[in-house]
Ligand binder design. Structure first.
Ligand code: NAP
Length: 548
């Protein structure tokens, strides 16, 4: 119901074609960017591919989708009234609640009239004479604006596996990102899930008790740790709200803007007993504490990392009854936390159920999807449904899907062909007046994302206001500033273990041509240092940039 309503509301936008700013995407970033630019008195149009607002929380409706940041740390911080009036019902909110929240924000601040849904941007061209961007939608309609701001999200270019026969399957099949709006009935069904990242884990643990039979196709196991979600009672709700100022101050100080802060001790600076007790405590704590608040060397020292990985491996062995299955679920090729850690609720116990089967696709590779199901080197299994939890062409993928042409008609994808080149992860040289919220080289994809989004949006809004006030019609970073920033980002990542591992964090996606070389996509210096660098650029009169 919501989707029809929001799509209709989206179509009520004015017939104007020319704006001060165009924003691509009406997720968390696009919504807040619209709010800030509107407050500056600018005319803005937001184009959104989906039939409603919410971005990631509009699309990812798969069973079990929920936060793994604490809900109250994730909501917008810009409005005290909003913070006071919104009650999160659980510590880690489920997707429907988050989608309701984002719709509430859009309506509360009267933002919907500038959001045009069902409108995918396919191209954006910079006109050097007019110093304006022309945006072309899928249907051929064109709009133009002085400033173009992408709010396309790091995980919005979904990818299906490169397997023969995908179209041949006669049952129902879905990528988790494209989950149907109506309920899917699993009762008695034979279901396959391909993929065991954070998404696959949430789906698997949620549908296992509902289906007739579940077969999980796992290529690489991940180190999953307990989420420990709970409902929020009235007294706790009041306490959370009373603590908002202190909590947001803490979030400004931690590297990832989580309530969890790195433990200052080194793994080998404590006794064996103390270390074990500390890790037991982390394992029993909610959320990303175990990843973010672990010993300071856990993600940089291979020995420290191996010891902790062994601790988590012991937990997996304890929780999975069949030792052979337990071993298959323990990662052997990467250490804990070097890939995004899936947060789970009873995930490992799922494999103790008689109706759940695990197929290791490194032992028996998938050969093809068939009319009836999936054939591996060990034979064919028949299914009623196949769920593709196969992830995304992350961070740069959404940019690759729009033909963004800067000066001289140069494509952004060409500019980034050997890896992203950016200034502050927010701009690229040769692409004037283009700003990329949550772009590559930005702190935001290693962050409790709304916190870093708010910082990105505030910084961009200040720049746009400055340009507007000073009559600046064109700005872009210098090639030197871009090269320096890109080098700085590479250097920050160089000591980190995750750079030696294939995952979306390093830009690897086996289902996309050209995404087989590891790249540094994130700023690893932490959000406070990133914020300081951005602020220093402003204090220096937008140093590293040419404003005309
Ligand atoms: P992902 O982590 O990239 O996982 C994709 C899975 O599909 C992997 O297990 C991958 O195996 C498998 N796969 C891909 N192609 C395959 C193929 N051709 N054959 C067999 N297996 C294949 O994607 P995701 O699970 O959607 O998660 C992406 C990110 O979204 C997460 O890391 C997280 O940041 C975010 N997320 C957040 C939440 C939350 O906040 N609660 C929830 C879900 C997701 P390999 O590992 O071998 O490549």
């Amino acid at each position: 119901m919501l989707d029809t309503a929001t799509a209709a509301a989206g179509n009520k936008t004015s017939g104007a074609r020319s704006f001060d700013a165009i924003v691509i995407g009406a997720g968390i970033a696009g919504i807040y960017q619209l709010y800030r630019l509107r407050a500056l008195g600018l005319s803005v149009r937001v184009f959104e591919t989906g039939g409603g607002v919410g971005g990631t929380w509009y699309w990812n409706r798969y069973p079990g989708a929920r936060f793994d940041s604490e809900s109250y740390t994730y909501g917008y911080a810009f409005s005290e009234e909003l913070l006071k009036e919104w009650n999160w019902s659980e510590h880690f909110s489920p997707q429907p609640e988050t989608q309701r929240y984002l719709n509430h924000v859009v309506d509360r601040f009267d933002l919907r009239r500038d959001i045009q849904c069902d409108s995918r941007v396919k191209a954006a061209d910079f006109d050097e004479t007019a110093r304006r961007w022309t945006v072309t939608l899928d249907d051929g309609e064109r709009y133009n604006a002085r400033f173009l701001i992408t709010a396309v999200g790091p995980l919005s270019a979904d990818t299906l596996p490169r397997l023969p026969g995908l179209d041949r399957f006669k049952g129902r099949s879905f990528h988790t990102y494209r989950w149907p709006h109506e309920d899917v009935d699993f009762a008695g069904k034979k279901v396959a899930v391909i993929g065991t990242g954070a998404t696959g884990v949430q789906v698997i643990q949620t549908i296992a008790p509902l289906v007739g039979e579940l077969t999980v196709y796992q290529r690489t196991p991940n180190w999953c740790t307990p989420l420990h979600n709970r409902k929020i009672g009235d007294a706790e709700q009041a306490a959370i709200k009373a603590n908002y100022p202190a909590m947001f101050e803490l979030l400004r100080q931690t590297p990832g803007c989580y309530i969890h802060n790195t433990d200052p001790r080194g793994t080998f600076e404590v006794s064996d007993e103390e270390r074990e007790a500390f890790w037991e405590k982390l394992y029993a704590e909610p959320g990303f504490s175990i990843w973010m608040a672990n010993f300071r060397d856990m993600l940089t020292d291979p020995k420290a990392n191996a010891l902790f990985s062994e601790f988590v491996a012991r937990k997996i062995r304890q929780r999975v009854k069949d030792p052979a299955t337990g071993e298959k679920l323990i990662p052997k090729c990467h250490g804990f936390g070097t890939r995004r850690v899936p947060q789970e609720t009873g995930y490992y116990e799922v494999y103790n159920l008689p109706n759940v089967h695990l197929v290791d696709t490194r032992e028996t590779p998938i050969e093809t999807i068939t009319e009836a199901g999936i054939r591996t080197s060990a034979g064919e299994r028949a299914f009623d449904m196949i769920v593709y939890a196969t992830g995304f062409d992350a961070v740069t993928g959404a940019f690759d899907r729009i033909a963004i042409r800067g000066t001289g008609g140069r494509l952004l994808t060409e500019h980034w062909a050997d890896g992203p080149k950016t200034y502050l992860g927010l701009m690229s040289s040769g692409f004037p007046n283009l700003l990329t919220i949550v772009g590559p080289h930005n702190a935001s994809t290693r962050c409790n994302i709304p916190r870093c989004i708010e910082q990105n949006v505030d910084w961009i809004s200040d720049l746009v206001r400055y340009a507007h006030e000073k009559g600046v019609t064109r700005f872009e970073p210098t090639t030197e500033a871009e090269a320096d920033w890109s080098k700085h980002v590479e250097e920050l990542a160089s000591g980190m273990l995750y750079t030696k591992v294939d995952s979306w964090l390093t830009g690897i996606n086996t289902n996309v041509d050209g995404k087989n070389v590891r790249r540094v996509l994130q700023y690893q210096g932490g959000a406070p240092q990133y914020r300081a660098r951005c602020d220093a650029v402003v204090a220096g009169g937008y140093s590293g940039m040419v404003l005309r």
